[in-house]
Structure formats: C-alpha cells, structure tokens
Design a protein around this ligand. Structure first.
Ligand SMILES: [Ca+2]
Ligand SMILES: [Ca+2]
Length: 325
C-alpha cells in the first residue's frame, strides 16, 4: 500500500512508479518531505503533481504588482521563498525579462546556473536587482521574473524545475540629476550671465564616503557681468501635462558683498522666490515645480544680483535635479 510505505520510516522507494505516486495524499507528503527529492526519477512527475508547492519569485518592494523606480542608485531585492526542495549546491537561474524601448527583449540575469548557498537553502533565495539595470526598461514595461533550479535525483543532475513566473509593471518616474562630480556641465550650458570661462569653474567639495572626490560649479563672477541666466538647459524628454520638481543646491562661497541672489525658472516663469545667500557655510536648496506643456521645457538658474559684484556675489552650485512628482 502506497500510504503505508509513505508513512513508514524508510519513506518512498526508488522502484515505485511515478503513476503510483501521483495522488493527493502523496503529493502532500512530498511537499513536506525533502528526502523525497533524493528519490530519483519520481521528481519528473513531481513537476506536474505539485506546482502549487512552488512559490513565485517576488519583488517585495512592488505594490499591487507595480514596481516603482525613482533614480538608479542601489538595488531592489528579488526573492524566492524557502522551499523544501531547495538544497545548497543545486544550480539556480533567476531572470528578469522585459521589452526595451525599441521593442527588443532584454533579460537581466541575477543568477546564471549559480550554486545555491546554505543561506539560500535555509532562508530562501534573495538577489539584488540593480536599479540602473531596471532603468534600461522604459516606463510601463511589463517585467517577467523567472526562477529555475535543478533538483538532485539519485546523485545525478536532476531536471530543471521552472517556478511559476511573476509579472510586474515598471512605473518609472522621471529623474534627471547633474551633480558635476565629473567636472563637466553635463547637458547644462553656461548662460549669458556667465560670459567668461573664468566665471564658472569646478570646485572640489572633498572626498565622499564612497572614496570619490565630489565637485560643484563655482561662480566666481570673474567678469562682474553675471546678471541673468547662469546655467540653462532645454529638456526634450518630458511628458506634456506632467508635474516636475526642479531643484538646485547653492551656497555662498565667501563673505564678500554683495550677497548672491538666485532663483529657478521654467519656460521663463519663476518657480522659486529669489533666495538671498547670506551664510557661506550652509547649502540652500532652491526648489519649485512646473507642469510641462510639451516634451520640452527650458530650465534656468537665474542670478538677480545687479551690482557688478566682482569682489563678492560668489557661490557654489550643485545637484541640479529634475524629478517627476
Ligand atoms: Ca556634486
Ligand atoms: Ca566675484
């Protein structure tokens, strides 16, 4: 009797036919007895008998199957819950697939035939999916997450079991950051308020915790002709009707007068008040919002100091950020 064999201390035998094992009682026993996985070719039938026992890979950070992405720093976890048949040493494949903007399929391989670790066996599988990889997919991309693993069968390479896939929709918020740490203006340009290359230079802010030297733009107002547009950029990849926040970090450079007076504009409309920078030790964040009326918007950092200000009106500019709200 199959039931009797199953409940005996010796468990299932290799000489049992898969069909004999394909019954609800046995399926239940198999899902709770990892020793069964070692019992050979029966596992092939298991694949069909117990799909309910296979958990889907998950992205816990997603809400209602929507994975929100802002920026590209760090990673999100992709996890596969602990499963009785996951054993250290088995090979695992964990993949995230979606369509790129041009319609071609792209797969991010988080595990590629990689042996499962003791921790994978005890706590389940978890691998980081870098946000910069996710950023390769367009907004609203459908992402399919698949996990596969081999299962030992009588000391031979067992079959590859594919877990049920999960699907997520990528909700990608627009985010464009220029931090000047590469000592370029990126896609920003000097405006008529910085007519001489000696007006705007790059100033070191020291070495950050990641070991990299940080830089900002310094406006030393060398020419004294530094009223009006200091930095500007025509954005061409916005979405009409969408609200964006535009911000910049600024700091007075010294105590020489006059004080710097700065604001931000979008399409020639002020989106912040005029900030007077009085403290050379404090970074101030200028921030305002605007609604894009097309894909395009002209964003500007504007200087309002009319005094020639050759001696003063000196300041640092950093972290120009445009983000969908
Ligand atoms: Ca910087
Ligand atoms: Ca100056």
């Amino acid at each position: 009797m199959i039931n009797k064999q199953l409940t005996s201390k010796s468990g299932i035998k290799c000489d049992q036919k898969p069909a004999q094992l394909n019954s609800p009682e046995i399926t239940k026993v198999m899902t709770i007895r990892s020793t069964v996985t070692r019992v050979c070719e029966v596992i092939t039938d298991l694949h069909f008998s117990v799909p309910v026992a296979l958990s889907r890979p998950e992205v816990p950070e997603a809400v209602d199957d929507v994975l929100t992405l802002r920026g590209d720093e760090g990673s999100v976890a992709v996890v596969v819950k602990k499963w009785d048949f996951l054993k250290a040493g088995q090979s695992g494949w964990l993949e995230v697939t979606g369509l790129l903007e041009d319609g071609t399929a792209h797969t991010v391989k988080l595990m590629e035939g990689e042996p499962l670790t003791d921790s994978d066996e005890k706590e389940g599988v978890s691998r980081p999916l870098l946000r910069k990889e996710l950023n390769k997919f367009p907004n609203k991309a459908e992402l399919t997450v698949v996990f596969r693993t081999t299962v030992d069968a009588c000391c031979e390479d067992g079959p590859v079991i594919t877990f049920p896939e999960s699907k997520y929709t990528l909700r990608k918020y627009y985010r464009d950051l220029t931090d000047f740490n590469d000592r370029t203006f990126g896609r920003w340009e000097r405006g008529p308020g910085a007519p001489d290359p000696r007006d705007l230079t790059f100033e070191s802010l020291g070495v950050a915790s990641d070991g990299n030297e940080q830089y900002s733009v310094k406006n030393f107002t060398h020419t004294g002709k530094n009223l009006g547009v200091i930095l500007h950029r025509e954005f061409d990849d916005l979405e009409s009707g969408t609200t964006y926040a535009f911000s910049a970090r600024v700091r007075r450079y010294n105590t020489s007068d006059p004080t710097p007076k700065l604001s931000l504009k979008a399409d020639n409309v002020a989106i912040t008040s005029i900030e007077v920078l009085t403290d050379p030790n404090t970074w101030v964040t200028l921030a305002g919002t605007f609604v894009a009326s097309s894909n395009f918007a002209l964003l500007v950092l504007h200087s309002h100091e009319r005094d020639p200000g050759i001696a003063g009106n000196d300041y640092l500019i950093d972290y120009l950020l445009v983000e969908e709200v």
